[in-house]
Design a protein around this ligand. Sequence first.
Ligand code: NAP
Length: 274
Amino acid sequence: MSFLQSLLYPKIKVSDNKLEDALSKKTVLISGASFGIGRLLAEKIAFPNTKVIILGRTEEQLKEVCQIINDRGGSARYFVGDLRDKKTTKDFLDLIKNENISVDIFVNNAGKSIRRSVYESVDRFHDFTRTMDLNYYAPVELVLSLLPGLSEKKGQIINISSIIVLLPSIPLWSAYQASKGAFHIWFKSIKPELNLKGVATNNIYLPLVNTRMIAPTKKFNKLPTMNPEHAMQIISNSIVKRNYNYKPWWTVIIKPLIFLFQKPFFKATIMNSK
Ligand SMILES: NC(=O)c1ccc[n+]([C@@H]2O[C@H](COP(=O)([O-])OP(=O)(O)OC[C@H]3O[C@@H](n4cnc5c(N)ncnc54)[C@H](OP(=O)(O)O)[C@@H]3O)[C@@H](O)[C@H]2O)c1
């Protein structure tokens, strides 16, 4: 890790014992755990008294994650499906109901980002429907269905979001920013009701994290991105503390800077779109 990375992302390490205690006799649902941050978290919580349910499209990877968890003495199962497809959520929720599975913690992690000029999107309306389906409608439907059980058990919902929803709107990110922003607003709106019922609600606003999500944009490799292991520790801390939300400390600095220098910043962003 570079000096700049350690400055931007001060070390956070959650004790394994505390995490195991917090998850004792709990069932955790993680959407998008075949790769990246969700996968690291799933493998981290391979504890004997914790049940892990993971969702994603890539069966081979999901199987592998379950195998790792089960080999470590944990208990895991997977469900394969594309969350942009209404049938996936329906089939998954039917399974939860039919098998009487009661989720204590839902980590809303599955997500897709798109970085594309609006002029390159004129024939790509599907970019907008797909990001809304995955980043907004699917988690809304999951939360609604899990809510009675989560309220009964005074559970927790952890939303893996992005700092992009806290910043002024940025060119090229419209599909991602609008869809993540939609869930952010919805979650903010339901939060007081959930908290009154004892359901903890947490937002983890991540900066660029070095996963396959940002791999297609080569120039991001040169930026001081967050390590996915660090993101996983942040989520673990939220599980242990229940009232821990995260945004990088420097969000408060770059927000007014972008606002003040929007014109040159936006121009540079657009000119460097490739
Ligand atoms: N990486 C970043 O820079 C960054 C920054 C801010 C916030 N985040 C957020 O962090 C979360 C995790 O991202 P990551 O960086 O770990 O990305 P990742 O490595 O690409 O992982 C994304 C996960 O979501 C699943 N997923 C994607 N599309 C899906 C679909 N249609 N149906 C079901 N599952 C789907 C993927 O599994 P399958 O492909 O097997 O379906 C994968 O397990 C996302 O919500 C993202 O928005 C990431």
